[in-house]
Write a protein that binds this ligand. Structure first.
Ligand code: UDP
Ligand code: MG
Length: 318
């Protein structure tokens, strides 16, 4: 029997893209000797995405949907897809056609060669990305690689193929704030990265605002390292040392009767250290909030409805 490959596609307000995407994928997979299935994860879309998907399900027996109970975010939608998919390999890709389906052949060929994770990264210098996205992306990967122990390529995407073994490992991970691009590196296995040029978004809006990108950056750093805590501690030590250096100045000013003239330096110091302390407290509370959320053991996503047969009760990960 042919090997089965599940293609998992998270969708949030993608009604205009579904049918085009299905056609494009099938035009590629058609030529390959595998059983392909498409699993669409509707991540609480506000438009008719789920209707579009269900229409496709009526047309093709190898298309399935998993409807989440609300919008849980792309990473959780992916996680829902990976938890249910039962192919020998799983490919994850975006619904907006930015991940060229033509690359599927290449992904599968590398898989046949024995690679277990075949990930893709955006070729830099592509015209479809705005300047602030480029700038942010550069800074983002620099900071991320500095702060965590994971080396991520710039432009690494969620378009990848994973062997069943990798999937099993991923499904063991129970952390709430999962960051797939990092976690994939963390799991190890035989990995290879291939570059691609993203296509322009077909329909709908890019759903990541700058604010969401910042949030993503913060959560990816927090989920991979405690370096910010170490840096905060070092800063505390350095500034305490600097404060000690101020002591002679304070004593001499006092002895010479200049105390009042020190107002400027005093207020500067107070404001500066006040700010620094708030910053460090902020860093600590970010970690604390992660701990708090994790300690509640809430499920990461909830499935409202699905026509995928192999879902068992334990498919919702705790
Ligand atoms: N997506 C999702 N949930 C969300 C936001 C996005 O499932 O809350 C999906 C979206 O439908 C698309 C993919 O994640 O298939 C990537 O989203 P988008 O194209 O907006 O982001 P980008 O291409 O900038 O990563
Ligand atoms: Mg996109």
């Amino acid at each position: 029997m042919d090997k089965k490959i599940s293609i998992v596609i998270p969708c949030y307000n993608e009604e205009g893209n579904i049918s085009v995407l299905v056609d494009k994928i099938f035009s590629i997979t058609h030529h390959l000797e595998y059983d392909f299935e498409l699993i669409f994860i509707d991540d609480g879309s506000k438009d008719n995405t789920i209707k579009e998907i269900q229409n496709q399900c009526l047309r093709h027996i190898n298309i399935f949907y998993v409807e989440l109970s609300r919008n849980f975010g792309k990473d959780q939608a992916l996680r829902a897809g990976l938890a249910v998919a039962n192919g020998d390999a799983v490919i994850t890709m975006d619904a907006d056609l930015q991940h060229p389906p033509s690359l599927i052949t290449k992904l599968v060929n590398y898989w046949e060669e024995g690679f277990e994770v075949i990930y893709t990264y955006r070729e830099t210098n592509n015209p479809h990305v705005s300047w602030y996205q480029k700038l942010f992306s550069k800074a983002y990967y620099k900071v991320m690689n500095f702060l965590s122990s994971i080396e991520l390529e710039e432009g690494i995407s969620d378009f990848r193929l994973m062997d069943r073994k990798v999937l099993k490992s991923l499904n063991l991970i129970i952390e709430q704030d999962i960051f797939f691009r990092g976690i994939i590196k963390w799991v190890g296995y035989q990995q290879i990265g291939i570059p691609y040029t993203p296509d322009k978004r077909e329909n709908g809006e890019v759903s990541y605002s700058i604010f969401r990108l910042v949030k993503l950056a913060v959560s990816s750093v927090l989920s991979f390292s405690v370096k910010p805590l170490i840096i905060a501690t070092f800063m505390g030590v350095i500034f305490a040392f600097l404060a000690v250096l101020l002591a002679p100045y304070i004593i001499i000013s006092y002895l010479l009767g200049y105390a009042v003239s020190g107002w400027t330096s005093l207020i500067t110091t107070i404001v500066f250290f006040g700010g620094l302390q708030l910053f460090i407290l902020g860093v600590i509370s970010l970690y604390l909030s992660k701990l708090y959320l994790q300690s509640k053991h809430r499920p990461n996503y909830l499935i409202r409805k699905t026509n995928y047969l192999n879902i068992s009760n334990d498919s919702v990960k705790f």
